[in-house]
Design a protein around this ligand. Structure first.
Ligand SMILES: Nc1ncnc2c1ncn2[C@@H]1O[C@H](COP(=O)(O)OP(=O)(O)O)[C@@H](O)[C@H]1O
Ligand SMILES: [Mg+2]
Length: 241
């Protein structure tokens, strides 16, 4: 026996058709297909592709020409991107360390590209070199401009902070870094950091020395993937090991 409610709605649908037909308004059944092709807007794959196209255009806008072809190559980096795609709040930070020319920035842009290509629900990204960031955050003539910039960096969904640790450290850089990292830590926002400094080095300068103890302790908790990159300087024609 048919479900009474269903039977009822089918009957009222037929009644509606009769009324519309009487008024000269024929009911044209919509052309609904179950065609699983990704050219069909009703298909799940179509939606993922549409979101990926949109996210990739945002990625391109945030990516300088040198890194337009960047693809993540390291399994840890690709795994981080997959985690970010699956659950934004659980991705935490990806920290890429290593000497200059080892491909940190390339992997970082590649990771963001992989997230975008996966067709995320939303995709907002800011990429900034840390020296430029400190430059932008210096108290300016324009009232509140630096505060607004800090808020933008603190709240954006994805942030790539490139080359942390190369600027000259001061109480001020420490304070700015603290406010930024603390804000992103509290909001559980995915963050990619690259640095020429090792995460820890008992015998020499490391990232903890640069950022200070408060930031180091938050970073230690945020970082879900620490990738020390080795190899020769690619800019001098060397090959990564
Ligand atoms: N996996 C890669 N494939 C091709 N080119 C790469 C790769 N990694 C880095 N490069 C290139 O090598 C150069 C140095 O890489 P980069 O990411 O800027 O190094 P780092 O940020 O560690 O100083 C850049 O020109 C970059 O485009
Ligand atoms: Mg770099």
């Amino acid at each position: 026996m048919a479900h009474p409610q269903r039977a009822g709605s089918a009957a009222s649908l037929r009644a509606m058709e009769r009324i519309l037909a009487a008024r000269g308004l024929p009911v044209v059944p919509e052309d609904i297909t179950d065609d699983p092709s990704d050219t069909n807007p009703g298909d799940r794959q179509w939606h993922i592709r549409a979101r990926a196209d949109y996210a990739l255009s945002r990625w391109s806008a945030a990516t300088p020409p040198r890194y337009r072809d960047a693809e993540a190559t390291l399994p840890e980096v690709m795994a981080w991107a997959d985690r970010a795609l699956a659950d934004n709040a659980a991705a935490g930070a990806l920290l890429l360390t290593g000497q200059t020319g080892t491909g940190k920035t390339h992997e970082a842009y590649g990771a963001l590209r992989k997230v975008a290509a996966g067709g995320p629900d939303r995709f907002e990204v800011i990429t900034v070199n840390s020296a430029d960031m400190y430059g932008r955050l210096r108290p300016s003539q324009i009232m509140g401009a630096a505060e607004r910039e800090l808020r933008r960096l603190s709240e954006v969904q994805y942030l790539l902070l490139d080359d942390l640790g190369t600027a000259k450290t001061s109480e001020w850089t420490e304070e700015v870094t603290y406010r930024l990292v603390n804000a992103r830590y509290n909001r559980c926002l995915p963050t990619i950091i690259t640095s020429n400094l090792p995460a820890r080095d008992e015998h020499g300068p490391d990232l903890s020395d640069f950022v200070g103890a408060r930031v180091a302790s938050r970073l230690a908790e945020m970082v879900t993937s620490l990738v020390p990159m080795i190899g020769a300087d690619r800019r001098r024609g060397g090959r990564a090991a």
